[in-house]
Design a protein around this ligand. Structure first.
Ligand code: URP
Ligand code: ZN
Ligand code: ZN
Length: 467
């Protein structure tokens, strides 16, 4: 299969120029200002004049088909990756979960089964580690070496479910220093939060907003600082996931100013939504129950500045959808039983382009960098993915900066019965999405194939070299 994309404005993390891109057998094989010979060879030509040709989005934080809070996230690897594709994301890194008493190998096999034959875009997994006896340390090494699972998520929150103690975190961090892996941290002080939750429930404070009011930003900042200190003692990089708050970001900024390899991602929900959403009438606040919770609006500005200045390196989605109808309702009378998470796999590029690039908070190059290039570098996918270059996978988005889209349940494709951005109009949307050299979205229609997505063995993170 060969594809020629002509006259587009090629945008990478560092470049911005007009050229043609030729893709053959899933790989970019030529880029040039007018590729006359290729015009005769190409089986398909797309005219991208007036549009951007960007590397496909890479979402390094999704939860598809994930059992959690007594239910399972409502998108599986088919529906979730189709939605991702509509939004211009062509690779994702989901989370496999090693439950207590089970091996990481078992978790890896289970998640491979969930994705195989379903995913429509390429994928990999991070491994969530919930216990790490000495005997399991070798399993970490084997995942890195044999399967390209080069990152591990640990939790400082959710006591009794995912939370691990500092000793476990320290041992995992040290091991990544030997095997080349990278630890991703859910940084919230689970012990403090648990006390606040129990107190609130005893006082009869059971509405969704108490989810936010029992998870103060200080609990996130404390855990972020502690996680960075543990990584410093272990002498390895660390990556903080779903950072939501200014005081947590301050910990990352201070560490980076000291020259420590501390990295963090934020997510669109923390850039566009706020605590005010929990005050929506009735049970609607449950739509936004996620951890960390949405913060007061002023934090948004600090996060945007952090993105612009590279205190924050990545925007992922933490896509973890639960329907209001049958799932969020589990916590109708007790906010602590509301499944944590919200949908977002489809809306990342459009929101960040509209609110970031159009509002002049970040440049077009930075948009590509935080949504594709740095995620690829951070998680061992670069230069195969995350850029437009000869030899890279032909995972591309032809992005129309003028194409308007109204975000909402009926216009989007995620399998969930609400959208946190319902009715929001964004300017700038994918016109064509190409995965492995094949067009998979065009004319707002999915034309890809179930199961065409490939598991990708990742290499080591490029974080140690500095990002
Ligand atoms: O509320 C969230 N973030 N749900 C997904 C699980 C996690 O902690 O990332
Ligand atoms: Zn988390
Ligand atoms: Zn998550």
């Amino acid at each position: 299969m060969s594809l020629l994309i002509t006259n587009g404005r090629i945008i990478t993390a560092s470049d911005d120029y007009v050229a043609d891109v030729y893709c053959h057998d899933g790989v970019i094989t030529a880029i040039g200002a007018g590729l006359p010979a290729h015009r005769f060879q190409a089986e398909r030509t797309i005219d991208a004049a007036g549009r951007y040709v960007m590397p496909g989005g890479i979402d390094v934080h999704t939860h598809l088909d994930m059992p959690f809070g007594g239910t399972t996230s409502s998108d599986d690897f088919e529906t979730g990756t189709v939605a991702a594709a509509f939004g211009g994301t062509t690779s994702l890194v989901d989370f496999a979960i090693q439950y207590r008493g089970q091996s990481m190998r078992h978790a890896f096999d289970e998640w491979m089964k969930k994705a195989a034959g379903k995913a429509v875009i390429d994928y990999s997994f991070h491994m969530i580690v919930t216990e790490l006896p000495d005997a399991a340390l070798g399993d970490m090494d084997r995942l890195v070496r044999d399967e390209g699972i080069t990152s591990f998520k640990l939790f400082m929150a959710y006591p009794g479910v995912f939370m691990v103690d500092d000793a476990t975190i320290f041992r995992a961090l040290r091991r990544t220093g030997e095997n080349g892996g990278l630890v991703c941290m859910h940084a919230e002080n689970g012990g403090v939060i648990d006390v606040l939750v129990q107190e609130a429930l005893r006082r009869g404070q059971k509405a969704p907003k108490y989810h936010a009011l029992t998870r103060p930003s200080r609990a996130e900042a404390e855990a972020t600082g502690r996680a960075i200190a543990l990584s410093e003692m272990a002498g390895v990089p660390i990556y903080i996931v779903h950072l939501s708050a200014a005081d947590a970001l301050e910990k990352v900024r201070q560490a980076r100013d000291m020259g420590l390899p501390a990295y963090a991602e934020t997510c669109p929900q923390y850039l566009f939504l706020s605590y005010d959403n929990y005050e929506e009438p009735g049970f609607d606040g449950a739509k936004y129950v996620m951890s960390p919770p949405l913060r007061e609006k002023w934090h948004q500005d600090v996060l945007w500045k952090g993105l612009a200045k590279n205190d924050l390196q990545v925007i992922s989605t933490d896509h973890c959808p639960f329907c209001m109808g049958e799932q969020k309702v589990l916590g109708k009378d007790d906010f602590s039983r509301i499944p944590n998470g919200a949908p977002g796999i489809e809306t990342r590029l459009t929101l960040v382009h509209d609110g970031g690039v159009r509002q002049k908070r970040i440049s077009l190059n930075r948009f590509v960098e935080v949504c594709s290039t740095t995620p690829a570098k951070m998680f061992g996918l670069f230069p195969r993915k995350g850029t437009v270059a000869v030899g890279s996978d032909a995972d591309l988005v032809v992005f129309d900066p003028k194409k308007k889209q109204t975000l909402g349940v009926t216009t989007l494709h995620m399998r969930v019965d609400y959208n946190p951005y319902e009715g929001t109009v964004v300017e700038g949307s994918p016109a064509f999405v190409v995965s492995g050299g094949k067009v998979i979205v065009e004319n707002d229609t999915f034309v890809g194939k179930k199961g065409a997505g490939r598991f990708v063995k990742r290499g080591p993170s490029q974080a140690p070299a500095g990002l």
